[in-house]
Design a protein around this ligand. Sequence first.
Ligand code: C5P
Length: 220
Amino acid sequence: VYPLVVAVDGPAGSGKSSVSKEVARRLGYGFLDTGAAYRALAWHAEACGVDTDDAASVISCVSSFEYRIGTDPAGYAVQVGDVDVTTAIRDPDITAVVSRVARVPEVRTHLIELFRSIIADERRPGIVVEGRDITTVVAPDAPVRILLTASEAVRIARRSAELVDTAPEHTGEQLRRRDEADAKVVDFMTAAEGVTTVDSTELDFEQTVDAVIGVIRAAQ
Ligand code: C5P
């Protein structure tokens, strides 16, 4: 299989984005943050002014959704039309609405197609693809499939450290609510058959990166 696909799933705050990006950088692989695409789509839905609870409006906005999502781990960028939304999609307003957009089946079908074409176009020897349904739906045949987990307390603590302006109680509540909403759409809390669990509760960033690279090496 070319490129070698490394599928990584996990809940919010598991560190999967930062870990996956660093793993890709070290191995000279591409990196695809699928959550960024859902966020870009939520950003676009907001820009269209559609009610994110109105699936039909979201879909009509999606069909005019023209975007580029990079796979270079060193210079990761997401664009909607001509607008660079790399930073804007991390805004708490987007985090608050993204699950509502991501639960629309047509939205998922659209993005899953896009992810598969990005994977097929990758010219580096491998690509680390991270999200919620990569090991089960987007790339269930990937030779390396990992579920990256951490205890809820640790995930909230990590997210709180990132969001210095927000009270930890608020971060915790938001993270729990988002995981609950997302879990209704895809199961990313239990490892599917053949998926290796990496629990980072007791690991620091470096150790988690090493653990993931260890799983990749073991599969080769
Ligand atoms: O990973 P991140 O927190 O950036 O993901 C943002 C949102 O995108 C998630 O809360 C979820 O609603 C959605 N998502 C998804 N399937 C994926 C990746 C992300 O539904 N594979």
